[in-house]
Write a protein that binds this ligand. Structure first.
Ligand SMILES: NC(=O)c1ccc[n+]([C@@H]2O[C@H](COP(=O)([O-])OP(=O)(O)OC[C@H]3O[C@@H](n4cnc5c(N)ncnc54)[C@H](O)[C@@H]3O)[C@@H](O)[C@H]2O)c1
Ligand SMILES: [Zn+2]
Length: 469
């Protein structure tokens, strides 16, 4: 089964002239930390202006040239972002045999025409002809591409294999890559609400259904052993995990270990899951001595996000997710928490996807996703993981991180309304010091910085300010 992501492949952008492939491509490349190759530019640099090539040698000769440069670009070793010219898809064998992720950057014909009319593009002179060509090309783009995008966020999501679509659950059978049997894992609560839709959508691919215990109980050796004993899917089978972050963390770990690793597809149903837990390929279970101590990096073959699932999510679970949304917005430097659900989920998922694609194994900058979390973990540990939810602890942790960054805390106060917790100060401080090997994540003037060392008395004061009494 071919995975739907581009973790270690080129991302190739196709689309009509005026779709913005160059702008979007450059933006995506920057966000993924990859090189950007604009094939039209390469051709022009080597052979002269494209309109001249068209005039002097004709379209067929230009297409041959273009195909050669496109294949050269795809032969690069380091995964890059490559934009093809609008007409490249007319060379049918152009991308055959190449293991690249093709994304169709879509634009409507009116916008495209408005953007290119009067330019020096040889095929943008006559409007009627332009529109006819647009119609003719649509099916070619759709046929060659694995994903469709309107903007850079969509391309980043496609590169991570993340599919965000209202109603996606009902198309799960089509969205799980390949045609192999699927083991569906859920928790009893989510299975009761959305399990039947998932089973129906998987149809004849459904091999078995499994339930993990609710909440963190799913992330135990005992629960995973139970799941291992139930699984029967073969090496080419797929684990689909429908549920919150506990279900996807545990089922993802089971997938990473079953038969030494089978592909998996998280279908996150909680806000925490859709904006955070299901993205980036970290899977884990807990031990009595600490959370997430046993796990694996196992990038999902695809992530299927259906924001409609959030409609059944209890309010307190939504608040848990909003803490991670505010964290993401602060990191991105944009008020993502103000967006309506579908867009909020799409933008947050894209932000995390880009960070994780740049640093899939957390060698460095992925640490920024821990903004506020050093303090949060200390408070949770001091509370013995009871009475203080992760979301509440993160809201407080964000206050501390913002204060230490010299930034206003107004947004966090307003959106998350954090209340100081009653925990033992010494216990919290001891826990924070155990966690401090990594340094702190703060917000600098040019974005997040990580591994920051501050004087212990400042850190202690910031922690104390989060504790009541
Ligand atoms: N792997 C990662 O990168 C990563 C990142 C963040 C968090 N996590 C992990 O995620 C876990 C927390 O995830 P969570 O907050 O989603 O917890 P969860 O999985 O326990 O789900 C929370 C509750 O919401 C219910 N629920 C979920 N979706 C629902 C829906 N659509 N309708 C009604 N009820 C629904 C669940 O049944 C559960 O009771 C933690 O274990 C954390 O370590 C992992
Ligand atoms: Zn968190």
């Amino acid at each position: 089964m071919a995975a739907a992501h581009a973790l270690d492949r080129h991302v190739v952008l196709v689309g009509f002239m005026g779709a913005g492939k160059t702008t979007v491509g450059a933006d995506v490349a920057r966000r993924l930390g990859r090189e950007f190759v604009d094939v039209d530019d390469e051709v022009a640099r080597a052979e002269g202006p494209i309109w001249e090539l068209f005039q002097e040698r004709g379209e067929a000769a230009f297409r041959e040239l273009e195909a050669r440069f496109a294949r050269d670009a795809c032969a690069r070793r380091e995964p890059a972002v490559i934009a093809l010219g609008g007409g490249a898809v007319e060379t049918r064998e152009l991308l055959t045999g190449l293991d690249v992720l093709v994304v169709y950057v879509h634009v409507d014909v009116d916008t495209a025409w408005a953007r290119v009319q009067g330019s020096d593009r040889p095929l943008a002179r006559d409007e009627t002809e332009f529109r006819a060509r647009y119609e003719r090309r649509q099916p070619l783009y759709a046929e060659i591409a694995e994903a469709r995008a309107r903007d850079a966020d969509d391309v980043v999501l496609a590169a991570a294999g993340v599919h965000v679509e209202r109603g996606a659950l009902r198309r799960l059978g089509d969205l799980v890559p390949g045609d192999d049997p699927v083991a569906l894992v859920s928790d009893p609560h989510v299975a009761g609400i959305h399990g039947a839709d998932a089973q129906l959508a998987l149809g004849r691919r459904l091999a078995s259904t499994h339930e993990l215990p609710l909440g963190e109980e799913a992330k135990t050796v005992a629960a995973i052993e139970g799941l291992w004993q139930e699984l029967t899917i073969p090496r080419r089978g797929v684990v689909a995990a429908l549920g919150g972050g506990c279900t996807t963390d545990a089922a993802g770990f089971a997938a990473a270990t079953w038969l030494r690793g089978v592909p998996w597809v998280p279908v996150p149903s909680s806000l925490v899951g859709q904006v955070d837990a299901a993205i980036g390929g970290k899977t884990a279970i807990d031990l009595p001595s600490g959370k997430n101590l046993v796990g694996a990096f196992h990038w999902p073959a695809r992530v299927v996000i259906d924001p409609a699932l959030l409609e059944t999510l209890p309010a307190e679970q939504r608040r848990e997710g909003m803490a991670e949304v505010v964290k993401t917005g602060l990191l991105a430097g944009e008020p993502l928490w103000e967006l309506p659900d579908d867009e909020l989920v799409r933008r947050c998922a894209a932000f995390k996807s880009a960070v994780c694609l740049r640093d899939p194994r957390e060698a460095g900058e992925r640490a920024i996703l821990n903004l506020g979390h050093t303090f949060a973990h200390a408070l949770e540990a001091a509370a013995g993981y009871e009475g203080v939810t992760h979301g509440r602890a993160v809201a407080l942790g964000l206050l501390a991180a913002l204060r230490l960054s010299g930034k206003t805390t107004a947004i966090v106060e307003e959106v998350l309304e954090p209340k100081p917790v009653r925990v033992d100060r010494e216990r919290a401080w001891a826990a924070l010091q155990r966690d401090k090997k990594r340094g702190l994540v703060l917000l600098g003037d040019d974005g997040p910085v990580w591994d920051v060392r501050l004087p212990p008395e400042d850190v202690r004061r910031a922690l104390d300010d989060l504790i009541a009494g």
